[in-house]
Write a protein that binds this ligand. Structure first.
Ligand SMILES: Cc1cc2nc3c(=O)[nH]c(=O)nc-3n(C[C@H](O)[C@H](O)[C@H](O)COP(=O)(O)O)c2cc1C
Length: 421
């Protein structure tokens, strides 16, 4: 299971830089946090600016550096309280002895120390100083106070110091800090693989202005596509009419009806390794589509519907080599119906979604699902608790990867055995 701390997409981290020699390491820390998906802003103390230029940190983070507490211009943009609320984590690296003394005593005489007091974000401190300053009784007591408040202290390390002394006081290396805060990042298990995802509802026209559709927002499909991309896959998404933006770095093919979705899917399927059908495809469409808007002439109107193509079954049948995953949207007997769907459609996995009630999967930003998977003749279930759709998608893709790679391995072993009877 991927540790939750590795799912840090857009995690809002405020990096505080204070006035120590180790400030030269701060741009590297910013870069390494951003590489792991974090959204980073930087605050510098006046002393820090004597060691490294704000422009360097602006260039690396892609945002202006916050520098002044009493700045009318900054307050008219993202003011200090907004910045304090924005942050999910404040990481002060390097943290001077002076900063720690102020933080321990609740002083707020500059922007960084004010933000630390004004924010509910987790505070992480990476001290860096001369070994004598680190050993001093005052620093020791300040550290004790900070640790007593549950603040995380990373380092310092031991070794040669810029002042020519040797001992404890070196700032922990940026890669180690980033690793401790955010882990290794998402393993690139799908590198070199192509994943085709369908998302959103379909629109089955009745006339030029009316149609049959459903409440799918496309959020779950886009989250699945985004998560597959973050596992290293090349992702193509075939998408019904939605009003949200697709994740970046993904090829998107827009369609309206179930028939168009099937055509688009079949046009892409040869190049794919994994198919994930998240779209809520209409089961029926009107037999006839009126050329002109239908008038309100009669008290009643009958629209005859006919079944739409079953895209998931068609994919599973036409491409047996493909790893096929379907999403089942049910309002009752969720697990039983999904198990039936797994068998009937002959797919490798079904992700069962409850679309009834207030917490319906449709439209919400969070979701909870049960994965029903097949390994040979054995059918198993995995319950994934409610969380935001991206985090859920990461867990779903992780299970897909595990089973897909297991299937590949057993297929390869089968091939080897047939070569050596
Ligand atoms: C060349 C030089 C290097 C310094 N390096 C450090 C250091 O590594 N750690 C530290 O705690 N203070 C160091 N100081 C002292 C701080 O810069 C000083 O305490 C300053 O007031 C810290 O301000 P700040 O905490 O607001 O950034 C250094 C001072 C100088 C002149």
């Amino acid at each position: 299971m991927i540790d939750c701390k590795t799912i840090h997409k857009n995690k809002r981290i405020l990096v505080g830089v204070t006035g120590g020699i180790a400030a030269y390491k701060s741009p590297d820390l910013v870069r390494r946090l951003m590489e792991r998906g974090a959204d980073v802003r930087v605050v510098m103390t006046d002393a820090a600016k004597e060691f490294i230029a704000p422009l360097t940190l602006q260039a690396v983070s892609g945002h202006p550096v916050f520098q002044h507490a009493l700045d009318a211009e900054a307050e008219s943009g993202m003011g200090h309280i907004e910045l304090a609320r924005w942050a999910e984590m404040i990481v002060v690296a390097p943290a001077t002895a002076n900063f720690m003394a102020k933080a321990a005593h609740g002083e707020a005489d500059d922007l960084l120390s004010t933000l630390v007091l004004a924010s509910e974000a987790d505070l992480v401190i990476a001290p860096a100083m001369n070994q004598q300053m680190w050993q001093h009784q005052a620093t020791r007591e300040n550290i004790e106070v900070l640790q007593g408040r549950g603040i995380t202290i990373i380092g310092p390390g031991e070794g040669d110091q810029a002042c020519g002394e040797t001992g404890l006081g070196r700032m922990t290396e940026p890669e180690d800090i980033a690793q401790q805060l955010l882990g290794d990042g998402i393993p690139q298990l799908l590198a070199g693989k192509t994943v085709l995802v369908t998302a959103g509802p379909t629109w089955e026209a009745i006339d030029p202005v009316r149609g049959i559709t459903n409440r799918s927002s496309g959020k779950m499909g886009f989250a699945v596509a985004d998560a597959a991309k973050d596992f290293g896959a090349t992702v193509v998404i075939v998408c019904g009419p939605v009003s949200i933006c697709a994740p970046v770095g993904i090829e998107k093919i827009d369609v309206q009806s179930a028939k168009q979705m099937q055509e688009a899917v079949m046009g892409q399927i040869d190049d794919c390794d994994i198919f994930i059908g998240v779209a809520a495809v209409a089961d029926y469409r009107p037999v006839k589509v009126a050329d002109q808007k239908i008038k309100k002439d009669n008290d009643e109107m009958v629209i005859t519907l006919v079944k739409t193509p079953d895209i998931l079954s068609a994919v599973a049948k036409s491409e047996p080599k493909l790893f096929t995953v379907g999403f089942a949207a049910e309002t009752e007997n969720l697990i039983e119906n999904s198990r039936k769907k797994l068998k009937a459609k002959n797919v490798d996995m079904i992700v069962a979604n409850d679309v009834s009630g207030q917490e319906s999967a449709f439209g919400n930003d969070s979701n909870a699902v049960t994965i029903i998977h097949k390994q040979g003749e054995v059918i198993g279930e995995i319950i994934l608790e409610r969380t935001d759709k991206y985090r859920l998608a990461i867990q779903i893709i992780e299970h897909i990867c595990k089973q897909y790679l297991k299937n590949q391995k057993s297929k390869n072993e089968g091939k080897d055995q047939s070569k050596n009877p």
